[in-house]
Design a protein around this ligand. Structure first.
Ligand code: SF4
Ligand code: FES
Length: 260
């Protein structure tokens, strides 16, 4: 099959950027989208041109590294699918595709389709962990967790941190990502001691990074390759309301002092 690709090209964060159009021939339906770009990049390099920069690592839908917008849809037209798992059989001969990086003030474009998503790392650093002395591995059944809770926590933990939710949201909100990271810890008994501090700090960091707020549009859920659901945002908001009554304890203050 033959495709026409119109791709965002930007040399560095200061470059204003522009679209460039390329023809790609002999695309096999068995190729992944990234393999199709690999073929185009080889051609570009053989012609002495710069290849299109895009991020990837596992190419199996698990690392969260890949991601860009295809014809206005984050990760492309297949629901619940990362762009590395998107195959060319879902496109047809003669298709015209527009490829753009995630668009959000909090995700500055580094080059072409690659953006800086370190804002998501900083949200995790602000509280997405459990600080406890683990010691030896405890007996598996010493702390019972109801099956429904474990399943729900597992659903939240499926978030791969790709940032598609931010790219899809008209408010460039990172609430689905942040909610997933908060809920997968807050649903477990081990996550309870720091639950309020966690939501307080992570939502605060999210706002400080310049992400917008949620206005219940739901584009994030539709774009999420791991089908993380809006109810996690509702759970995060409930915890956030409770956390507004939370005040740092003496231990928290000592902890903050030790960190400073
Ligand atoms: S919530 Fe979904 S779209 Fe957002 S970062 Fe996690 S996996 Fe990606
Ligand atoms: S490259 Fe790892 S999720 Fe796509």
């Amino acid at each position: 099959m033959k495709l026409t690709l119109t791709v965002w090209r930007q040399k560095n964060p200061a470059d204003p950027g522009r679209f460039e159009t390329y023809q790609v021939k002999d695309v096999s339906e068995h190729m992944s989208f990234l393999e199709m770009l690999d073929v185009l990049n080889e051609e570009l390099m053989l012609g002495g041109k710069d290849p299109i920069v895009f991020e990837h690592d596992c190419r199996e839908g698990i690392c969260g590294t890949c991601g860009f917008v295809i014809n206005g849809i984050a990760h492309g037209p297949r629901r619940g699918t990362t762009v590395c798992q998107l195959h060319m059989r879902y496109f047809k001969d003669g298709d015209q595709l527009i490829l753009e990086p995630w668009r959000s003030k909090a995700f500055p474009v580094l080059r072409d389709l690659m953006v800086d998503r370190s804002a998501l790392d900083r949200i995790i650093q602000s509280g997405g962990y459990i600080s406890t002395g683990t010691g030896a591995a405890p007996e598996a059944n010493s702390l019972p967790v109801p099956k429904e809770r474990a399943d729900l926590a597992f659903d939240a933990a499926a978030c791969i941190g790709c940032g598609a939710c931010v790219a899809a949201c008209p408010n460039a909100s990172a609430m689905l990502f942040t909610a997933a990271k908060i809920c997968h810890l807050g649903l477990f008994p081990q996550g309870q001691p720091e639950r309020l501090r966690r939501v307080h700090d992570m939502v605060g960091q999210m706002a400080a990074e310049g992400f917008g707020g949620c206005t219940n549009i739901g584009e994030c859920e539709a774009a999420c390759p791991k089908n993380i659901g809006l109810p996690f945002i509702a759970q995060m908001n409930r915890d956030l309301i409770v956390s507004s009554f939370w005040r740092p304890s003496k231990t928290d203050t000592l902890h903050a002092l030790a960190e400073s």
